[in-house]
Design a binder for this molecule. Structure first.
Ligand code: ZN
Length: 504
């Protein structure tokens, strides 16, 4: 058994190395690659992806897993295995199982169709004409349903799709939590809408790019980001990528006419990056040295971006420094006014620009439509109308153009159905995590107010990051908060914050 484990670790390590090489190609493509490099770069990606798939489905891995006693009803292998070894076998078995259940013809078909669909989506969005994208989306829904059938499920056909991003999470559970959230969010939004609007004009002054970058780096360093283990470069759509255990890079974009766009995406990606840099040493950069789910990944970025980065104690320390850097834009705006401005609530059509409160309604909207698509209750052609109707009910606004509605996000064209809920789960986890953090660091606000924000990282390292993917998201959520995922922590947080902000 020792020998089988050792060999499985070797094979796993090589897969991770190949994946990191793929990340390097992707990072370069999004930052510095000259545009004409795209043709061969696509071929390079395909070669690496092919190798990774081959390695993940190798017969040798299947043989080793069998030797270790892993099977469908016992994914963690023989009862003799425990702790880290059992978690390792469970993770490899899960990956092997998912990959071998899908025939390579289906995987290739998905790759081909999504590449065509992304092009069609780009054109459809530009022309705001859903009919260009509709036939491609129908094809993708068909393929995704076949994937779901192949992977198998007991409850809902959406389960295996969700499971890819949020291991072992069930559709019914998400539905129940989102229903609860919606029931409380919509009336809160109504109260905010009825209140005196917030003036956020100060955020639309002049914010030179270089000064934004320097300020971002300064805050990242205060958070605990080590720049001998990462870097920050410019891109169009910000992301975080892991090139190695000690090489996690983030990217940023800047809008010189609007402060929030650049800064909050830097701190958001910083949260993702710190998670990737914090996996326990004993996980040895293998399959367990990764986030336990996408929802948890998003909990880390949103915790920094919103629960810390949009809080008054945080800005009590940082705002005078920000004013020094941007005197033209901010000299006449006081701390309280700035704090209200960065937390302004305003229902809008575009998800990625949404505030902390309405953001989740955007996700609930997509989740409900995805479920209907997967169950065959909603034909693709009727999607734009269904979107408008949901938007009216949830946000109280109706997009005039499909480019601001059903066509705004790239995910469906990439075949990523089951992905959207994780954005909202991230917000819920973040509040649940923060509740425990606050109870253990009782003087948190005082520490934040004097700039000691790295206490947050220290706590997250120990309680969240170090675990990597040793636990499932539901296990980790219970371990941290003593409770299973639910909407009450997040709602309590929002209620308190906006009651004060909007005087409601
Ligand atoms: Zn994120």
């Amino acid at each position: 058994m020792e020998h089988a484990l050792r060999r499985l670790r070797e094979l796993d390590k090589e897969i991770r190395l190949l994946e990191h090489i793929g990340s390097l190609l992707g990072w370069d493509q999004e930052t510095y690659m000259p545009s004409a490099g795209i043709d061969e770069r696509s071929q390079q990606h395909a070669v690496i992806q092919g190798l990774v798939h081959e390695r993940k489905t190798a017969d040798e891995i299947g043989g080793l897993l069998a030797q270790l006693g892993a099977r469908e009803d016992r994914p963690a292998g023989s009862p003799d295995l425990s702790g880290l070894d059992a978690a390792f076998v469970r993770a490899v078995f899960r990956e092997y199982n998912r990959n071998t259940k899908l025939p390579s013809s289906l995987v290739k078909k998905l790759a081909r169709e999504t590449s065509l669909a992304q092009r069609a989506w780009g054109q459809a969005r530009q022309e705001s004409d859903f009919s260009i994208f509709a036939p491609k989306l129908s094809e993708i829904v068909k393929i995704v349903l076949e994937i779901s059938e192949r992977l198998g499920y007991d409850g809902h056909p959406y389960d295996p799709l969700l499971d890819e991003y949020e291991p072992l999470m069930k559709t019914e559970k998400v539905r129940q939590v989102f229903r609860d959230l919606r029931r409380q969010l919509v009336p809160l939004l109504e109260r905010v809408k009825a209140a005196e609007p917030v003036d956020d004009a100060s955020l639309y002054g002049k914010f030179p790019q270089e000064a934004q970058r320097e300020f971002g780096l300064f805050v990242l360093e205060k958070m605990g980001y080590e720049f001998n283990r990462g870097r920050m470069d410019k891109t169009v759509h910000p992301f975080t990528t892991t090139l190695g255990r000690d090489d996690v890079r983030i990217t940023a974009r800047y809008d010189e006419g609007f402060f929030s766009s650049g800064f909050f995406s830097i701190i958001h990606e910083g949260g993702h990056g710190l998670y990737e840099l914090g996996f326990g040493k004993e996980l040895e950069g293998g399959i367990l040295a990764q986030a336990c789910s996408l929802g948890f990944h998003e909990s880390q970025s949103r915790l920094w971006e919103n629960l810390i980065g949009r809080s008054l104690p945080f800005w009590t320390y940082f705002y005078p420094l920000l004013q020094d850097r941007f005197p033209d834009a901010l000299a006449d705006t006081g701390l309280k006014k700035f704090y209200r401005a960065i937390n302004k609530v305003q229902p809008s059509h575009i998800r990625v620009e949404a505030d902390e409160l309405t953001y989740n309604l955007h996700i609930i909207l997509r989740f409900e439509l995805e479920l209907k698509l997967i169950c065959g209750e909603l034909p693709v052609d009727e999607l734009p109308d269904a979107w408008r109707q949901e938007s009216r009910e949830l946000l109280g606004i109706t997009p005039e153009k499909d480019s601001e509605g059903v066509l705004q996000d790239i995910h469906w064209s990439m075949g990523a159905i089951g992905y959207f809920p994780t954005y909202c789960l991230g917000n819920l986890y973040s509040a649940q995590i923060m509740n425990t953090l606050r109870s253990e660091i009782s003087d948190l606000d005082a520490l934040l107010s004097n700039g000691s924000i790295s206490v947050v990282l220290k706590w997250l390292r120990k309680n969240v990051h170090a675990w990597g993917a040793r636990c499932t998201p539901s296990e980790l959520c219970k371990k941290i908060s003593g409770n299973e995922l639910n909407a009450s922590y997040f709602m309590k947080y929002l209620e308190a914050k906006y009651r004060d902000l909007y005087d409601i």
